[in-house]
Unconditional design. Structure first.
Length: 125
C-alpha cells in the first residue's frame, strides 16, 4: 500500500506540473525571449509576438491536458491498489511513459498554431 501511494504521487507530478506551468505561462509568459526558460522553438523565438502567442497557446493546451490526465492517471492506477509492487511499478511506469509522450506530442499542435498564425519570418498573417 505504501508503494502504491508513492507511485500515485509520482504519476500525479506530471499532470500537476502541466496544470501549474500551463496556468502560469498563459497569464505570465517569460518576459523576454531567452535560451533558458520557456517554450523555446525556432518559431516561438522569432519575435515578442510569436513568443507571447506560443506561451499563451501552449499554456492553455497544457492546462487542458493536465486537467484530463489528472483523473485519468488516478483511475488508471486505482484498480491496482492491492496489487504487488512489481505490478504497481509496471503500471506506474506505463502511465508515466504515456504522460511523457503527451508532453512531447503537445509541441506539435503549438507549432501548427504558430505556422497558421504567423509566416516563416514571424509576421502575423
Amino acid at each position: 500500500m505504501v508503494f502504491w501511494i508513492a507511485m500515485l504521487i509520482c504519476i500525479l507530478l506530471i499532470p500537476l506540473l502541466m496544470l501549474g506551468i500551463g496556468s502560469w505561462w498563459k497569464e505570465h509568459p517569460p518576459k523576454s525571449i531567452n535560451a533558458v526558460y520557456g517554450y523555446r522553438t525556432t518559431m516561438s523565438m522569432k519575435n515578442e509576438d510569436t513568443w507571447k502567442f506560443a506561451h499563451n497557446y501552449f499554456g492553455k493546451l497544457w492546462r487542458r491536458l493536465g486537467l484530463v490526465m489528472l483523473p485519468v492517471s488516478v483511475l488508471a492506477i486505482l484498480p491496482f491498489l492491492r496489487a504487488g509492487e512489481d505490478m504497481v511499478g509496471t503500471v506506474g511506469g506505463v502511465i508515466a511513459a504515456i504522460q511523457c509522450a503527451v508532453l512531447i506530442i503537445s509541441i506539435f499542435p503549438t507549432e501548427a498554431a504558430l505556422r497558421k498564425n504567423f509566416d516563416k519570418n514571424g509576421k502575423r498573417k
